[in-house]
Design a binder for this molecule. Structure first.
Ligand code: 9WN
Length: 459
């Protein structure tokens, strides 16, 4: 693969038809300031989708990629949180649930510093943004410098990480917790079954799902899951989106008292690994801006040590989620989230080697029973090849693992995964997710990050 800056312009690379098709999806999903994940299912701007989209868009238009991230960050709250959805005011309220009148960010989020002029949700998604900003900069450093791109986004990205490390270290061990399954991005993963079982669902008649108008019910989360998502989000909103008091010291080394907060609090390996990858990227950004990156590098290393200490499970050969409520401890379900830390170059060698083994072993079957990485354990009781994050393969997680394999010198395996992403993205019309065994398309087609990440791997 050529260096990133070499491929931003110039003659179209081989495999142009995929690039053209991916560009069409990204053009169709572009609203003028940002990109929707899907015109039908998700007609607003989503946080981690935008980061992945920017990573692909940089090959088409570095300016659009920069704008994508700037639009998202313009909706940041004063407390530093980057909301998981930024709503498009011209889309009808009933096009997506929960809509702005559910989140009520401008009123319920006032104390936490929600913006006044744009409506957002009040929860977050994985912090892929600093990594995306750095990759976007590298695609066209000249344009980036001319526009002061990094200088403008750096303070916002730093505040975002500060929010997570200060307000969300609910376990006091230096890692960030999610307080809703939507925050982690893998909504109905079996990893959440035990923590969610404690939550009294909101009555089904109290809300109306919009997703079932576009997606097959057997490919989507159940009504019972939705009742619980609604209950958790409404409770957080009704508490003014305030986070648990007694969080960590905010420097990534723990020391929090772990008090307060709602009924759902989980430390997730992928969320924290992406924060670490982004902290490494922030160090590079700081250096590019003429500041020292050493403190950030050191923090990323401390966070990596905390990740291993709190979430690594030698018996499973992978990372697991840690439940902080109910009966606290590791959740014994194998989700793809527990493989994502492979993306970290600073991972101990033995752990990286074990993750590669697990990825290609019976539970995930890569290269044997599956071509893309399933979202959940093929041998798990809850495995379902079609239902959302309970088995299907998603393109963003395979992109992250392709990167991880490459970082740890597994070139052939990375090449095979890359080839599978490209082939299946094109063959499915850029599906949202696929049956991991057959490659059959599920969910929406013309999905933003599928097009963007295929485009990125094509370069
Ligand atoms: C809730 C937009 C988002 C992704 C998530 C995916 C799904 C939303 C939903 O769609 O979640 O945020 O309505 O199901 O699980 O990862 O960011 O693509």
């Amino acid at each position: 693969r050529p260096a990133e800056h070499e491929s931003a312009y110039g003659p179209p690379p081989p495999g142009t038809s995929l690039c053209v098709a991916a560009a069409r999806v990204l053009d169709a999903n572009w609203t003028g300031r940002s990109t929707v994940p899907s015109r039908s299912l998700y007609p607003h701007q989503w946080s981690w989708d935008s980061a992945f989209v920017a990573i692909g868009l940089r090959h088409l238009s570095p300016l659009r990629a920069q704008t994508e991230l700037e639009t998202l960050l313009a909706a940041q709250w004063a407390d530093g949180r980057v909301p998981h959805i930024v709503f498009n005011p011209s889309v009808p309220l009933d096009a997506y649930f929960p809509s702005p009148d559910f989140w009520r960010s401008t009123t319920a989020g006032r104390t936490a510093g929600a913006p006044r002029t744009v409506q957002t949700s009040g929860i977050v998604q994985p912090p892929v943004h600093a990594l995306a900003a750095w990759l976007v900069h590298r695609a066209d450093p000249g344009l980036s410098r001319a526009r002061g791109f990094l200088a403008r986004v750096y303070p916002r990205l730093a505040a975002w990480h500060r929010y997570l490390l200060h307000r969300r270290d609910l376990g006091g061990g230096g890692l960030v917790s999610v307080v809703h399954p939507w925050e982690q991005g893998m909504d109905n993963s079996p990893c959440w079954d035990a923590p969610l079982a404690r939550i009294a669902p909101a009555p089904a008649r109290s809300f109306r799902r919009a997703d079932l108008a576009h997606g097959a019910p057997e490919d989507r989360p159940t009504d019972l899951d939705y009742g619980r998502y609604v209950r958790l989000a409404a409770d957080y909103r009704d508490a003014g989106y305030r986070d648990g008091v007694g969080g960590g010291r905010g420097d990534g080394v723990g020391g929090g008292r772990g008090g307060g907060g709602g009924e759902f609090a989980v430390e997730d390996p992928a969320f924290n690994a992406l924060l670490i990858a982004s902290e490494h990227a922030l160090a590079r950004i700081a250096e590019e801006l003429g500041a020292a990156g050493t403190a950030r590098q050191a923090r990323a290393e401390r966070l990596t040590a905390a990740l291993v200490e709190r979430l690594w499970d030698p018996a499973a050969g992978m990372f697991l989620c840690r439940d902080l409520r109910g009966r606290p401890g590791l959740i014994r379900e194998r989700g793809v989230s527990g493989l994502v830390p492979l993306l970290l170059p600073g991972l101990p060698r033995a752990i990286a080697a074990e993750l590669v083994r697990t990825l290609h072993g019976p539970h995930f079957g890569l290269g044997d029973r599956t071509r893309l990485v399933p979202s959940y354990d093929l041998l798990g009781e809850a495995f379902d090849p079609h239902r959302y994050w309970r088995g299907p393969a998603w393109f963003n997680t395979s992109w992250l693992l392709e990167r991880g394999l490459r970082v740890h010198g597994e070139r052939e395996r990375a090449d095979a995964l890359r080839a599978a992403v490209l082939q299946l993205a094109e063959a499915t019309g850029f599906a949202e997710y696929v049956d991991p065994r057959t490659g059959e398309a599920c969910g929406a087609t013309g999905f933003g990050w599928t097009a963007a990440l295929a485009l990125d791997l094509q370069h």
